[in-house]
Write a protein that binds this ligand. Sequence first.
Ligand code: ATP
Ligand code: MG
Length: 431
Amino acid sequence: KGELFTEAHDVMKRLMAEGYQAYMVGGCVRDSLLGRPINDVDIATSALPEQVLSLFPRVVPTGLQHGTVTVVMPTNTYEVTTFRKESAYEGHRRPEEVEFIGDLDEDLMRRDFTINAMAIDADGELHDPFGGEADLEQRLIRCVGDAEQRFREDALRMLRCVRFAAILSGRIAKSTWRALCHEKSTLVFVAMERVRDELWKLTAGADPARGWALLLRSGLLQHTKEQLGALASTESTRWQPLLCALGRVTSPELRLALLLLGHEVDEGEAKRIALALRLSGAQQDAVLGVLRAEARLAAGGNAALAAAAVPGGAQAWRRPFAQALFAYGEDALRGWLACRSALAGVGAAGEPAAAVQPFLQHGQAWLEDIPVRRLQDIALTGSDLLQAAERVAGPWLGHSLEAAWLAVALQEVPNEREALLKYAVKEWKER
Ligand code: ATP
Ligand code: MG
């Protein structure tokens, strides 16, 4: 994204033409030194927010009390923030009020880690007062200044520390780690939405196992405002195989589902954890869908998985499998297969891997071939059935449609209207 920097440059030039200082700062500096893709460029300036507002034709006063103005350029937007320091921290959170200052270095000093406390000026020169570049080369996460004090000021930084270690596959500096372990109980002051954002980025990143291993080792998650249950457990023998399996599924939703599955969390408790974590509706559906499929297919040593392990039972799994597909949808079933395969692949969750894996492979293959995926895919509608049955609508209708759908999915009846009508009418008469 060439324009991202060209336009950032234009913003800086405009500020500098008026005699203000302007730098690119924070995450974009870190990621560009790493050669990683950059989503947004943040700019720090000595100009006051009102001055920034008056200099650009299209501006949004996004966070004036924090000194942030969004400048809208033709293809990108930029957060332009006045140099500031955050003196009065209260309740282990970042302050509502900040003090504007005139000096870049002091602005960099309030930032959390050395790798996040660098700036690049309009000539492309790096300003790095805390040795961030060297730390970045070593993938070392180190607080700017006294780590204990920095974590005490804003407890979220502890979670950010683990997050950066995870996404960089990095290490945490000894003094920073010690401070984190010492201050961890102050995480209780942080809003769950902020916890979620960091946990989500950590889980979505390239090395989620690293992040979760550090969470486990520190015990940090035992101190969230709302309890995270099994996710905060420190029972490391249980965690070890799960950490190995974690990178074998790709989305953060499935990774979370995998951890819950591996800890044998039931659906009710999973729901509670999802709510505590303030997951969105879509995120909840994705996670809980997997746990629902688990309850239908594998929990309590029941049905499908067990049947698949018995000689001659190879076909027995098809019906519960199809029922789960009907009830929870294709995404849930695919997600469940992915999580179970990942767990079986590392011999986790007490699975006799050898017995389960062929079943999972069958399931996967079956899902590719299945003639129908949703109720709308069968050649029979509710009104067809109502007419033919000469009966008023009621719960029977849904049951019969489901039975017809299952018969097609299991290839017991061809997906043709006449055949299905006959089957469905017979089915409800016999019921
Ligand atoms: P990401 O790739 O997730 O956006 P980022 O480093 O840009 O990573 P942001 O939350 O966007 O993270 O913050 C931008 C910058 O603001 C950081 O690089 C850091 O310098 C500073 N910063 C953010 N949060 C804190 C905090 N809690 N304490 C101190 N400095 C912070
Ligand atoms: Mg950022």
